[in-house]
Design a binder for this molecule. Structure first.
Ligand code: ADP
Length: 166
């Protein structure tokens, strides 16, 4: 049985992430989507909100959602996972991702990283782009799972109000 971990910030989950999750769920027996909590980076949504968005969006029997603070290599060992899943968008993702793959394998030699090329429609999609669109009330149906569109819009419009009001 092969368990794979798909780690990321998911701040918030986009259709680009979802595309990778569905493909990973087809390729591996079990996939754990893990919100990595970075104490140095607070993010727009709290880790709990990001987990909630993922849970509301993903309904696949072999996918579970979790969060973790600390080293991914340790988390993988605890979960008995041998594979890390990463999505690759433009060439710009490549260097940082390969560097991280080397670090993770040196911390946990059982662990290997497998890359999925981004779905064609999503190669320029990031959570940052989605938040920028939401801030200005753009149509989000092509970029966000429908279950979370209203919540993301609301938060970003409030943030915009706070900035404009200053
Ligand atoms: P970001 O904040 O850059 O959107 P995350 O940390 O949430 O990214 O991303 C988690 C993982 O998902 C990374 O491996 C990243 O390369 C990948 N990813 C993010 N967006 C996409 C996308 N549109 N298509 C494919 N992979 C993606």
């Amino acid at each position: 049985m092969i368990t794979a971990i798909y780690p990321g910030s998911f701040d918030p989950v986009t259709l680009g992430h979802l595309n990778i999750i569905k493909r990973a769920a087809n390729a591996f027996d079990q996939v754990i989507v893990c919100v990595m909590v970075n104490s140095a980076k607070s993010g727009t949504f709290s880790p709990e909100e990001r987990v909630d968005f993922l849970r509301r969006t993903i309904h696949l029997d072999n996918v579970e959602i979790d969060m973790h603070t600390g080293l991914l290599a340790d988390y993988a060992r605890k979960k008995g996972a041998r594979v890390l899943v990463k999505g690759l968008r433009a060439v710009s993702d490549f260097e940082a991702e390969v560097q991280m793959a080397v670090v993770n394998s040196s911390l946990n030699p059982e662990l290997d990283t497998m890359f999925f090329p981004s779905g064609q429609k999503y190669s320029y999609l990031s959570s940052t782009v989605v938040k920028e669109l939401a801030r200005y009330s753009a149509n989000l149906t092509e970029v966000l799972p429908r279950e979370i569109i209203e919540d993301v819009k609301m938060k970003m419009e409030i943030k915009r109000g706070e900035c404009d009001g200053k």
